[in-house]
Ligand binder design. Structure first.
Ligand SMILES: [Ca+2]
Ligand SMILES: [Ca+2]
Ligand SMILES: [Ca+2]
Length: 499
């Protein structure tokens, strides 16, 4: 369920010069069939999103330079190419945070909170038919109700949410690893501010039931959770006494959902002492401890059940209303609870960046795709000082993850290396092309669509039925052309440069 979002577009009426650019705001939920949109596309010689300018590679958020942990994971080199948002096929990347709730009204989080727009809040009815009444902002698994945040809850969850996805480049506060993402708020603590296996199981069930519904309904219902962030658990326990946790994590694996989990904050070897969920054997589970150049004094460790470290010391992130500091609704926090969300955040960013071939792999060969994704995430910096503390003997490096993914995708998906264009649904490659050469296009549902190539003066220089995904271009003069694929009221557009 795509969330409605107002996007500003620029257009030029046919015959007008570039200095007559006009602006129009459209709700993305209406765009695919809005008459206004179709009309504009028909009559305009230029039509494109009014993209917000980005300062390359670093955000404009006031406190971003205080987020030293982001430098440690080498995130800026990833931001040169990807800052979070929709996947290549236009899907939202949803990260479920199972914790004590998120301050959904926080100035730097509210735009990135997942909203179930098919549900009407507080009318006592399950409007979207997913089995959960009024689940507009998420779900409270402790009290089995839709109201997620208690007066006391949300201090821990709000800090986690900011690391994964505080809004980036909005001139406000900090920046998340994902500038744009969707954070699903699930509380396992509820109004009593007490959590147990039962409340966790309810949150897990919410994720699973909605994922199943999403798949069964071909995306028209349910919630497509991709990543689960866990910074909660039960120390000194093994799977034999905790079948519920491990069964749910295994079930997530069947649907290609990855989990990032925080190791405990006590200096012990959990391979020996146990920990749930860290000792669950699910391959889609990655357990993270707290370390940078060295292991943190209070971090748990284990070369079998802990996979990788991330820096959880002095992590500046978003703060719940009861935890504000001199920086406003932001504060410094410490612990593996804040290491794990760095892995969850990188998982989401890499999933957003990854090629269509990987997303298909995740559907067709889920088990192998999970192994591959796991391998990418665990491509970290190895350090002698971390050697005996986790399985890779190292810490997270987001750029290394990107390179590992790049390598796989470049070898398998010839759409991967193409720059994404204004319409997220139509990819054209090669772009630029040479007049008369073959071009390929990748769009959803090509049946009964028409292809138009329009010059920069607004003249249609080619039109034809689009019944294949590869086309021989007509002879065209060098220049920039708009390529439209029109399907009933839907219009996908891209630009093409002919050399
Ligand atoms: Ca519902
Ligand atoms: Ca409702
Ligand atoms: Ca921000």
């Amino acid at each position: 369920m795509a969330q409605a979002q107002v996007v500003e577009y620029l257009y030029l009426e046919e015959g007008d010069k570039l200095n007559h650019l006009k602006k129009v705001k459209l709700d993305t939920s209406q765009i695919e069939d809005a008459k206004t949109y179709a009309h504009l596309i028909e009559s305009a010689s230029i039509f494109q999103e009014n993209h917000r300018l980005q300062r390359r590679a670093s955000s404009n958020d006031a406190y971003a330079n205080l987020q030293t942990y982001l430098k440690t994971i080498n995130i800026e080199k990833v931001w040169d190419k990807y800052t979070g948002g929709l996947s290549r096929s236009g899907k939202e990347i949803i990260v479920a945070i199972v914790d004590d709730g998120i301050d959904t009204l926080h100035e730097d989080l509210k735009q990135n909170i997942y909203i179930n727009t098919d549900e009407i809040k507080w009318n006592g009815i399950d409007d979207d038919g997913n089995g959960y009444i009024d689940d507009y902002y998420g779900w409270n698994g402790a009290d089995s109700i839709a109201k997620v945040n208690s007066l006391y809850g949300g201090t821990h969850g709000t800090s986690i949410a900011g690391i994964i996805g505080a809004r980036g480049n909005n001139d406000t506060g900090i920046t998340g690893i994902n500038w744009n993402t969707k954070l699903l708020n699930l509380s396992a603590f509820g109004f009593e501010n007490i959590g147990g296996d039962y409340s966790v199981a309810n949150c897990f069930e919410y994720i699973l039931a909605n994922k199943k519904l999403y798949i069964q309904s071909n995306g028209s219902k349910g919630i497509n959770t991709a990543i689960v962030s866990l910074s909660i658990g039960v120390e000194d326990e093994f799977p034999i006494d905790n079948p519920i946790w491990c069964a749910y994590l295994d079930s997530f694996g069947l649907y290609g959902i990855m989990i990032s989990n925080a190791a405990p904050n006590s200096p012990k070897n959990i391979d020996i002492t146990g920990d749930i969920p860290s000792t669950c054997l699910s391959r889609n589970l990655i357990t993270v401890n707290n370390g940078n150049d060295n292991i943190a004094n209070n971090s748990a460790f284990g070369t079998t059940h802990v996979d990788i470290a991330a820096d959880g010391l002095n992590v500046l992130t978003t703060a719940a209303p009861s935890k504000t500091s001199s920086l406003g609704p932001y504060n410094y926090v410490n612990g593996a609870s804040y290491s794990s969300p760095q892995v969850a955040g990188v998982m989401a960013l890499i999933l957003e960046a990854s090629c269509n071939a990987f997303h298909q792999h995740l559907i067709d060969s889920t088990e192998q795709a999970i192994e591959l994704f796991r391998e990418w995430i665990l491509t970290g910096d190895t350090l002698l000082a971390l050697k005996n503390y986790n399985a890779i003997g190292g810490r997270l490096n987001a750029y290394s993850v990107l390179l590992a993914m790049d390598k796989w995708c470049l070898a398998r998906d010839n759409t991967y290396n193409t720059k994404r264009i204004a319409s997220k649904n139509l990819q054209l490659f090669p772009n630029p092309a040479i007049s008369g050469s073959l071009i390929n296009m990748s769009i959803p549902h090509v049946s009964e669509a028409h292809l138009f190539i329009i010059s920069n003066t607004g003249k249609t220089v080619f039109k034809g039925l689009l019944n294949q995904s590869q086309y021989k271009l007509p002879a065209l003069r060098a220049g920039v052309y708009q390529v439209h694929v029109r399907q009933k009221q839907r219009v996908y557009h891209s630009k093409l440069l002919i050399l």
